[in-house]
Design a protein around this ligand. Structure first.
Ligand code: SF4
Length: 301
């Protein structure tokens, strides 16, 4: 199975740009998010249990340098890696005082083998000074990616899952980030309550229209310790089927512009937290099924 025949993966993009594989090292810089600290809300998004979707994040009590060293050591046991991206993954990694953010990012970029940053955050947490800071690293030749969680373009869905921001907030963030010529990767979730897999196609098209460079797609994971888990137990959350996921993802891939990068095609959450759907545990089965559909549809079309 060679998915790169059909999918312009982030890994392949990095490899061709830098002539070798680049690995991500997760950093947990002990941020919170406005949807948890009371600025926007206190409960967070109804699907969110941060421990479940950043299981590899390191100990936030350690400095960025120490976390990178620990993560580097882990990667070195399985791969011969020489260059890395520091991945500020947990919570909203632009939600803080500008000088504090700069100190954290600078610490990561001071490592000689760290060639850039991936910074995960929310669309309502990217004021211009933060964008300007990220653009300044890019101007120095660093590989900088702003990862924006959108999840859905439907305001009714965003409200239902308690995102605490609207699609207009996302549009505003994208328009401003474009002014700084930043690379943007948008995260979307398929199977959110009240949505069909086809609704994800609408979200996808709206994202494309805004000119993002990359996307990350995954199916909804219902995980322990969340509001959504409670709703699911009451039977209020229909589960997305693997067939729907595979078919819709195949459609997304086949209609993608040539230069759209895919940072991720499915989730890789920690199984100890997962309640449903069961099939999301089997990443390679999902990717295998997508590959099979891509082959079938490419032959037929
Ligand atoms: S998913 Fe992100 S924005 Fe939502 S509550 Fe969790 S950390 Fe905050």
């Amino acid at each position: 199975m060679d998915l790169t025949r059909y999918v312009n993966t982030f890994g392949r993009y990095l490899q061709s740009k830098y002539g070798e594989r680049i690995h991500k090292l997760s950093v947990n810089a002990a941020f919170t998010c406005p949807n948890r600290d009371g600025a926007k809300g206190i409960g967070g998004c109804t699907f969110c249990n941060n421990r479940s979707f950043s299981p590899n994040s390191t100990n936030s009590a350690l400095s960025v340098t120490e976390q990178l060293a620990a993560a580097r050591e882990k990667v070195a046991k399985v791969r011969k890696a020489r260059k890395y991206l520091a991945y500020f993954q947990s919570y909203s990694n632009t939600y803080g005082d500008l000088q504090q953010l700069k100190a954290l990012y600078d610490q990561a970029l001071a490592e000689p083998d760290v060639i850039g940053l991936c910074v995960g955050t929310r669309p309502d947490c990217v004021p211009d000074p933060v964008l300007e800071l990220l653009a300044s690293y890019q101007a120095q030749g660093k590989e900088i990616w702003l990862e924006l969680g959108l999840q859905s373009s439907f305001d009714a869905t965003l409200e239902r899952i308690n995102r605490g921001h609207t699609f207009a907030d996302y549009e505003d963030a994208i328009i401003r980030a474009h002014k700084y010529d930043l690379n943007i990767c948008t995260h979307i979730i398929m199977g959110l309550p009240g949505e069909t897999a086809k609704d994800t196609l609408v979200t996808y098209k709206k994202i494309l229209d805004l000119g993002v460079r990359a996307i990350k797609v995954h199916p909804l994971h219902i995980v322990k310790g969340t509001q959504m888990a409670r709703e699911w137990k009451q039977g209020d959350i229909p589960e997305l089927s693997m067939d729907d996921y595979v078919e819709t993802l195949t459609e997304i891939i086949l209609t993608a512009p040539k230069d759209l990068l895919f940072h991720r095609l499915t989730g890789s959450g920690e199984h100890q937290y997962l309640l449903a759907p069961e099939w999301v545990k089997h990443k390679w089965d999902i990717l295998g099924a997508v590959y099979k559909r891509l082959e079938e549809r490419s032959t037929k079309d």
